[in-house]
Write a new protein. Sequence first.
Length: 279
Amino acid sequence: MSGAAAIEVDRLYKRFGTFTAVDGISFRVMPGEIFGFLGPNGAGKTTTIRILLGLLAPSGGEVRVLGCNVARQAKRVHARLGYMSQLFTLYGDLTVAENLSFYGQAYGLSGRRLRGRREAIIAMAGLEGRENELASNLSGGWRQRLALGCAILHEPEVLFLDEPTAGVDPVSRRLFWDLIYELAASGTTVFVTTHYMDEAEQCRRLAFISLGRIVAEGTPEELKSVAMPGQVLEIDCSAPEAALATLQRAQLHGALPLEEVALYGSLIHDGWPRNAKEC
């Protein structure tokens, strides 16, 4: 892929003592691209994001975001980045408008620009009429839209979303992704982690990470035809961990008519994502 990349990762390592969380991964994300990063809990997704944000120092390799080496030039690039964590980071005892004002000022906005951006975010997220509602009283879908709005108040060039729709109902998830498409169409580069396979298909390109290593990368079409040929099955049950263990035992004893089983994504129960696993 030609041209200057928004994100460049070259042989990135991150070790915590004797444990290797990220094991020599390399990838590029182009400007305006929606790039999906998939893998089970503990695979290295969040560690990678924290390194890309300059919050963690790499143990080896090089990471460049918007042309800056974030290990040495983090302060130069921070104002150009947005981040929405998988944890709910809004202040429940502040209203929608107050949260936006607080985060806007934290990003250095003030006066007319802050008021303009706050109004634009409220309109974009469909929060008109809810400006004076406490964030703690919003439903999960509305809270996620507000959190996204707080992350993009300063109009970042690159936006990092760490499992942004976990636990959100399907309708709210679709509406949230409509907002992501609008951001990408306006030129924002979006790096998103998700456990949902239907969301992964909405990304321009994907990378699967397992045990700190990228095991597959490409467009959704390429991965389905090359890395994941055949049928992809989603199992909805009340005990996903037990179901996964049963499938693993069945394959081990030759009871499944498949040469290889790879479970990417998640086993879903009551709309909540469970750990993705590989077997």
